[in-house]
Write a protein that binds this ligand. Structure first.
Ligand code: HEM
Length: 204
C-alpha cells in the first residue's frame, strides 16, 4: 500500500522535526534536513512510476535536486557543529556511512544528467547505448537508497536519538516501520525501459 509508505515517512519527518526543534542549535538542522531528504529521495523513486514521461522526469529531477541540497546543508551543519565543539570527524559507523553515502549520492545525482541526456550522448559516443546508461542510473539509484536507509538507521543508534526514544520496543517499532517505505520503493521501482512513449522506446 503506497499510502502507508507516505504516512510512515511523513510521521517520521514530523517526529524528528519536533524532537530536533530546527534552529534551536546548529545540530538541530542535521537530523531535520536528513529526515526530510530521505523522505524526498524515497518519494522521487515511488513517483517515477507515473505514466507521463515528462511529468516523472521533471518531478524526479526537482525532488532529487531539493533532497541533495538539504543533505549538503544537513552535512555542513553537523560538520560545523563538531568543529565548534572541537570534536573529531567521521569516528562513528554512522559518520563513516554518512560521508560515503553522501559521496555516492553526489555521483548518483550527477549521473542523473547522463541518464537524462542519454540519447544525445549515445549519438556522439556510439559505444554507449542510452538504455545501458539509464539502467546503470536505476541500479545505482537503488543502491543509493539502500545506503541512505542504512545510514539513517545507524543515525537512530546515536546518543541523541536513543535519549529521545529510550524504550527499546518503541525504537524497534520506529526502525521496522521505516523499512516499509524503503522496501516499498525498492520493490515497486520502475526497472523497465518500456514505460515511456513509443517514441522513447525507439530512442532506446
Ligand atoms: C534522522 C536521522 C539522523 C540522525 C538522528 C543523525 C544523527 C547524527 C549524529 C548524532 C551525529 C554526530 C555523531 C556521529 O558522528 O555519529 C551525526 C553525524 C553525521 N551524520 Fe547523521 N543523522 C541522521 C541522518 C543522516 C543521514 C541520512 C546522513 C547521510 C546521508 C548523515 C550523515 C552524517 C555524517 C556524514 C556525520 C558525521 C559528520 C562529522 O563527523 O563531521 N546523517 N548524525
Amino acid at each position: 500500500m503506497e499510502f502507508f509508505a507516505h504516512i510512515v515517512l511523513l510521521a517520521f519527518v514530523a517526529f524528528i522535526t519536533i524532537s530536533a526543534v530546527p534552529g534551536s542549535s546548529l545540530f538541530s538542522w542535521h537530523p531535520t534536513c536528513m529526515a526530510l531528504a530521505t523522505l524526498l529521495w524515497t518519494e522521487s523513486l515511488i513517483s517515477f512510476r507515473r505514466p507521463s514521461p515528462s511529468w516523472r522526469v521533471n518531478v524526479h529531477w526537482g525532488v532529487n535536486a531539493t533532497a541533495i541540497s538539504l543533505a549538503i546543508f544537513g552535512f555542513l551543519s553537523i560538520y560545523r557543529n563538531k568543529e565548534e565543539n572541537g570534536k573529531p570527524h567521521f569516528t562513528t559507523y554512522h559518520g563513516i556511512a554518512g560521508i560515503s553515502t553522501l559521496g555516492l549520492l553526489l555521483i548518483q545525482t550527477m549521473g542523473g544528467n547522463f541518464a537524462n541526456f542519454s540519447v544525445f550522448i549515445g549519438k556522439y559516443v556510439r559505444a554507449v547505448r542510452p538504455s545501458v546508461i539509464k539502467w546503470g542510473h536505476r541500479v545505482s539509484g537503488l543502491l543509493s537508497l539502500t545506503a541512505v536507509y542504512t545510514t539513517l538507521i545507524l543515525g537512530l543508534c546515536s546518543f541523541w536519538f536513543t535519549a529521545i526514544v529510550s524504550s527499546t520496543v518503541v525504537w524497534t517499532g520506529v526502525v521496522l516501520s521505516l523499512l516499509y517505505p524503503y522496501l516499498y520503493a525498492i520493490f515497486n521501482a520502475d526497472f523497465s525501459q518500456r514505460k515511456g512513449s513509443s517514441k522513447e522506446k525507439a530512442k532506446n
